[in-house]
Write a protein that binds this ligand. Structure first.
Ligand SMILES: [Zn+2]
Ligand SMILES: [Zn+2]
Length: 226
């Protein structure tokens, strides 16, 4: 585990929230109170009461600010954004062992409205990510037509796609097809060694294949003969 359990859980909430935005997914998935209620239920929030339009507005505002943290060009920019979130919310740190979890710290005041709850706990989770020097684990999916965000919690920081079953699988299929095309275009030559060095070479191959037909640059003139 890279971060503590509650930090990782709060980061998962941040990812889910940001990915409800049309800016990441092409579709607004927090369009009204029923959507907000579904978001609360699937993320297992504790102690959330009645939800109002004011809650929704606050959550949508937070979503923009959290998304900006993922796109922050450097650590100082991320720090500024996160400090604005956690500095602008009432926090009441307290230990809790709700729902069978071990003792951990909550930052939102008991009974706080949804927006405060999210700003305090998710904002503090993001603060810990920066404090641990792990900001580069907050990423945007590398699939070319996807802007969803992710938190890379892998040991070797190798996660590149928002979801291995959708974007990851799609990109692997594309890389596989590119390898096949490359093999065909090079035949009759030696077949590329199976396994090889993996994805990066496959992508490089795909790019060079795309560049081949009508690349735009004039062909280099052959050296004079004779
Ligand atoms: Zn908790
Ligand atoms: Zn993706």
């Amino acid at each position: 585990m890279i971060f503590t359990h509650d930090t990782e859980q709060a980061l998962a909430v941040v990812v889910d929230l940001v990915n409800t935005s049309a800016a990441t997914d092409g579709e607004e998935e927090l369009a009204g109170l029923p959507d907000l209620r579904a978001f609360v239920e699937r993320n297992d929030f504790s102690g959330v009461g009645e939800l109002t339009e004011a809650d929704l507005a606050r959550v949508l505002g937070l979503r923009e600010r959290f998304h900006a943290v993922f796109r922050a060009p450097d650590v100082p920019s991320a720090v500024r954004l996160i400090n604005e979130v956690v500095g602008g919310v009432r926090t009441t740190p307290h230990l809790t062992d709700h729902d069978g979890y071990d003792w951990h710290v909550h930052f939102f005041a008991p009974g706080a409205p949804m927006g405060e709850h999210l700003a305090a706990d998710c904002g503090m989770a993001l603060a810990y990510v920066v404090a641990e020097g792990e900001l580069d684990r907050l990423r945007t999916c590398e699939a070319p037509d996807c802007s969803r965000v992710l938190v890379d919690l892998s040991r070797n920081r190798c996660r590149r796609y928002c979801d291995s079953r959708t974007c990851g699988n799609r990109m692997h299929v594309a890389a596989y097809r590119a390898r096949q095309r490359e093999a065909v275009s090079q035949s009759p030559g030696p077949r590329p060694s199976p396994g090889g060095s993996g994805r990066d070479r496959a992508f490089a191959g795909a790019a060079s294949l795309r560049d081949l037909p009508g690349g735009g640059s004039p062909p280099a003139s052959p050296p004079p003969v004779g």
